[in-house]
Design a protein around this ligand. Structure first.
Ligand code: PGA
Ligand code: MG
Length: 210
């Protein structure tokens, strides 16, 4: 079976990194920095939505959107120092591959920084297919990116947010909800086939769907 993963808030804890980039931009605009909680609240619908939410929170005009997005993307591909894998991710991915599953990624993070951070973590060879937020004309919660990552095979989708739950539902695949990421709804409002808080439990969970 194909196991498709979201990236930010699911495999990697990237909010400190994204916060650092945002705060460098905000300093240039003479605006107060984002807290980590604000940053987590703005992640999930891709880079343009992140910048729009940051602008709204710091009273920056729509006219600054393109300039800020450009500055964000320019820094995003080379910023790794604050990004970590959630505990147990590497071992879980190895176990799933050993069991014969094919792994893929479907994220709203732009494809440039997605491939860069996977390479930095030495994980690029683990994934058969990687779909980023700008790989297709549409992004999650549209189901098309998830379908692209599935390549027509039976799959489950593993993600951390209400955007991922909606994407999986619209794509018609079971959703496995990782509860330790950046979800913006209470966990009881997320419709999931299963939920987990520790990657050690994922291989066992997946076996129920294979
Ligand atoms: O870039 C984002 O806003 C979210 O990325 P994700 O889809 O990997 O959670
Ligand atoms: Mg996510």
């Amino acid at each position: 079976m194909r196991i498709v993963f979201d990236l930010d808030g699911t495999l990697i804890d990237s909010a400190p990194e994204i916060r650092g980039i945002a705060n460098a931009l905000l300093a240039e605009e003479a605006r107060a920095p984002l807290t980590l909680e604000e940053t987590k609240g703005f992640i999930g619908n891709g880079a343009p939505a992140f910048i729009a939410r940051m602008r709204a929170a710091r009273d920056l005009p729509q006219a600054a959107q393109d300039r800020l997005l450009h500055g964000f993307e320019a820094r995003y591909e080379t910023a790794f120092g604050l990004t970590t894998l959630y505990p147990g991710v590497r071992a879980a991915l190895e176990a799933l591959r050993r069991e014969g599953h094919v792994l893929a990624i479907c994220t709203n993070k732009p494809i440039g920084p997605t491939l860069a951070v996977l390479a930095h973590l030495g994980l690029e060879p683990s994934f058969d297919t990687v779909i980023g937020g700008d790989s297709l004309p549409v992004r999650k919660p549209d189901p098309a990116p998830l379908w692209a990552a599935m390549k027509g095979e039976p799959a489950v989708y593993v993600g951390d947010s209400e955007v991922d739950a909606e994407t999986a539902a619209r794509a018609g695949v079971p959703f496995l909800f990782f509860t330790e990421g950046y979800c913006h709804l209470p966990r009881e409002e997320i419709t999931a086939a299963a939920m987990f808080s520790d990657f050690e439990d994922l291989p066992q969970l997946v076996s129920a769907f294979a």
